[in-house]
Design a protein around this ligand. Structure first.
Ligand code: PLP
Ligand code: TYF
Length: 397
């Protein structure tokens, strides 16, 4: 029976990492997966996390008991404050149902299951392009989705959202859109709030775009706090805390009353219980220990700013290196490389074609996704000129 199973295609993003790891070349560069690297190309564990880990390890009063289905209570109190703000009316009035999740992906998956239960016929609108997993997550939950050009084409986005059937669901990137690095402006968000129906704000890069947690939460705070709209917000601490493998995040459902929030919480538990019973303890403790200690929290914000600043610097360095060698723009839609510096967050959507990307990989051992997305964290002072020269070679080939 099981011999009938066919091979599933490799995930386009994770497949790049596999190919990179298999390449023996000393020149190889990984611009594939969105994970932070320091200026020497190494993964980084934040000092605030190291310190929290020591304190947890040394505290013999702590044990390894199961968490409740919805997660660690102190984490559940803190996590909505990080995204909505401490003074958010929804938070203060207890109108947010919060569920700890297996990072951002897990939060999206719980959200999709919840929507499939209460709004099963909804059409899910996802920007084109978007993070590839968005499509799969909502499809797995049995929902139909539409790939719409949103973001760069703001008028098209407003037109699409305005024309969406009643009860539609919109997947929005809170900040630092993946893969394009292009977000609506504050004025544009205000217009989107007018046409928005059920919104899910996927928040994978809070603090990464500007180095400032508050500023990067602007869209969510405008919708929830200023406009008082109901919305779902998924949070990931993979990138901003560097806790990728710990799988820590949350789903927040902000609604109009405390009573409704309590009912939603109970239903979210009903989704989690038969799926994985309860979430992991360690990541929830790490975020909580850092957030509850003002000195560690300040250290986190400083380290977050350093990561985001390094990426911003690498954007400028890459553009400078391209200009220095007179590298032509990637295609006729571009007159120069300034889009790399105007985009924000972890990624540069370079405009390189699939053919350019396969030349970068095949000839120059530079790994990126086929859509021309570079994870800017993989760029550093030692490889930036090499990358620029390879880009020029690929474009001129
Ligand atoms: N959403 C977006 C837009 C992402 O880019 C990512 C990962 O990079 C995620 C969600 C989820 O990541 P994780 O499951 O590690 O939190
Ligand atoms: O876009 C990226 O590179 C990150 C990393 O299932 C990632 O989202 C890729 C695939 C996945 C989880 C994280």
């Amino acid at each position: 029976r099981w011999s009938e199973v066919t091979m599933a295609p490799a995930d386009p993003i994770l497949g790049v990492a596999v190919a990179y790891n298999a390449d023996p070349s000393p020149k190889k560069v990984n611009l594939g997966i969105g994970a932070y690297r320091d200026s020497e190309g190494k993964p980084l564990v934040l000092q605030c996390v190291r310190e929290a880990e020591k304190r947890i390890a040394n505290d013999e009063a702590l044990n390894k008991e199961y968490l409740p289905v919805q997660g660690f209570d102190r984490f559940l109190k803190i996590t909505p404050q990080i995204i909505f703000g401490k003074d958010s009316p929804a938070v203060v009035e207890g109108r947010v149902a919060v569920c700890q999740s297996l990072s951002g992906t897990g939060a999206l998956r719980i959200a999709a299951e919840f929507i499939a239960m209460y709004n099963p016929g909804t059409m899910v609108y996802i920007s084109n392009p978007s993070w590839g997993n968005h499509h799969t997550i909502f499809k797995k939950a049995g929902l139909k989705y539409l790939n719409k050009t949103m973001g760069l084409d703001f008028d098209g986005m407003v037109a699409d959202l305005s024309a969406a059937p009643r009860g539609s669901t919109f997947v929005l990137h809170t900040v630092a859109h993946n893969p394009t690095g292009v977000d609506p402006s504050q004025d544009q968000w205000k217009k989107l709030a007018d046409v928005c129906q059920e919104a899910i704000f996927d928040t994978a890069y809070q603090g990464y775009a500007s180095g400032d947690l508050e500023r990067d939460a602007w869209a969510v705070r405008y919708f929830a706090n200023t406009r008082g709209l109901e919305l779902m917000v998924t949070q990931s601490y993979s990138k901003n805390f560097g806790l990728y493998g710990e799988r820590i995040g949350a789903l927040n459902v902000a609604v109009k009353s405390k009573d409704t929030a309590a009912k939603i919480s109970s239903q979210l538990k009903g989704i989690v219980r038969p799926m994985y019973s309860n979430p992991q303890l360690h990541g929830a403790r790490l975020v909580t220990w850092v957030m509850e200690d003002p000195a560690l929290k300040a250290l986190w914000e400083k380290e977050l700013k350093e990561m985001s600043d390094r990426i911003t610097e690498m954007r400028s360095s890459l553009v400078a290196a391209l200009v220095e060698i007179n590298c032509p723009p990637p295609n006729a839609n571009f007159r120069n490389w300034n889009h790399i510096t105007s985009q924000i967050g972890m990624f540069a959507f370079t405009g390189l074609s699939e053919k350019h990307c396969s030349l970068l990989t095949g000839k120059h051992h530079i790994y990126c996704t086929k859509n021309g997305r570079f994870s800017m964290a993989g760029v550093n002072p030692s490889n930036v000129k090499y990358i620029a020269a390879a880009m020029k070679d690929a474009i001129n080939s």
